[in-house]
Design a protein around this ligand. Structure first.
Ligand SMILES: [Zn+2]
Length: 285
C-alpha cells in the first residue's frame, strides 16, 4: 500500500494551474488535404518535391503566382529521412493562360526542385488527392475517421451487444492508452508528468479533443476535456456520461505511467448536457 502511494506521490510536480493559462479558448481548425470542389475554379492537384535550400520554396510559389495560379488547400512538410521538402496542394488554373504541362516544366527548371507531379483526375467534379500516400502523422502511418462514423460504430455496438459494448470500448481504450505510453517512452526520455502532458497535448494535435489536466493531487487527477470525439455525436442526447473508450484510454495511460491501478470516472459529459467532459482519475486502493 505504502509503495503504491509513493509511486503516485513521487512524481515530479509543477504547479498545475499554470498548464492551460496560455491556451487560447478557440483554436483555428487544421485541414488535411483530401478533397475539394469549386464549380467556378479549374482545379489541378500539384505535388512538388524540393531540396531544403534557402529560396527554393519561394521560387516555386513565385512561379505559380506569376502564372496567375491560385492556391487552394495544401500542405508543406519536411522529410525525416533526407534534406527535402514537399508541397502538395490543389491549385486553380482558370485565370492562367498557360497549360499545366508548361507550369510543370517551369517548376522543374528551378534549381533545387527534384520532382513535379500533377493530377487532373476528378470524380464527378470532385478533386481528390491522388498523389500522396501513406498519410503520416509525426512520421507515423495513420488514417482518419469521421467523428460521425465513430459515433455510428459505437451506436451499432450498443444495439448488438447491449451493455457489453461499454466493456469492449473501455478495453479498447485501455490498450490504446498503454500502447501510447510505450511508444512515447520508446522515443523520449522524460519524467512521468511530462509523459502525461505530452500525451494530452497530442490529443489536440490529433483532433481527439482539447484535454487539460486541471488538478493533480497526491491521489487524484481531474481532466477537463472539451469536444471529445467520442461524446460529440451524442451531445445532449444521453441521460448519463457516455465515454468508455477515452475513459479506458485515460486509465491505460495513468496506470502505465504511474505503475499503479486507477479508476476513472466521467463526472460530467457533453452527452448529458454538460458544457465539457470531466474525468476524475483516482488511485485504486
Ligand atoms: Zn463525455
Amino acid at each position: 500500500m505504502v509503495k503504491k502511494e509513493l509511486q503516485w506521490k513521487n512524481m515530479e510536480r509543477k504547479p498545475i494551474k499554470n498548464l492551460g493559462e496560455e491556451k487560447r479558448e478557440r483554436l483555428n481548425p487544421k485541414e488535411i488535404l483530401c478533397a475539394e470542389q469549386h464549380p467556378e475554379a479549374e482545379l489541378i492537384e500539384i505535388s512538388v518535391k524540393m531540396r531544403r535550400t534557402p529560396g527554393v520554396f519561394t521560387k516555386v510559389v513565385k512561379t505559380l503566382y506569376e502564372k496567375k495560379v491560385k492556391l487552394f488547400s495544401g500542405f508543406h512538410t519536411v522529410s525525416r529521412e533526407d534534406d527535402t521538402a514537399l508541397i502538395g496542394a490543389f491549385i486553380d488554373i482558370s485565370n492562367s493562360s498557360v497549360q499545366v504541362k508548361d507550369i510543370a516544366t517551369d517548376l522543374e527548371s528551378i534549381e533545387g526542385v527534384l520532382e513535379v507531379n500533377f493530377s487532373e483526375k476528378r470524380f464527378n467534379g470532385l478533386m481528390i488527392d491522388s498523389l500522396h500516400f501513406p498519410l503520416l502523422v509525426s512520421g507515423e502511418r495513420s488514417f482518419t475517421f469521421r467523428v460521425e462514423t465513430f459515433g455510428r460504430i459505437v451506436e451499432s455496438l450498443y444495439e448488438k451487444f447491449g451493455t457489453g459494448a461499454a466493456v469492449v470500448l473501455y478495453q479498447m481504450g485501455v490498450s490504446a492508452g498503454e500502447d501510447k505510453v510505450r511508444s512515447v517512452l520508446n522515443k523520449h526520455r522524460m519524467n512521468k508528468l511530462d509523459v502525461l502532458k505530452l500525451i494530452l497535448a497530442e490529443r489536440t494535435a490529433k483532433g481527439w479533443c482539447m484535454a487539460e489536466l486541471a488538478e493533480f493531487n497526491t491521489d487524484r487527477a481531474t481532466l477537463i476535456v472539451k469536444e471529445l470525439f467520442e461524446c460529440l455525436p451524442f451531445k445532449g442526447r444521453k441521460g448519463e456520461a457516455f465515454s468508455q473508450f477515452f475513459r479506458g484510454y485515460l486509465a491505460g495511460i495513468f496506470e502505465h505511467v504511474l505503475n499503479t491501478s486507477v479508476s476513472v470516472v466521467e463526472a460530467e459529459c457533453i452527452a448529458k448536457g454538460d458544457p465539457v467532459c470531466r474525468f476524475i482519475v483516482q488511485e485504486r486502493l
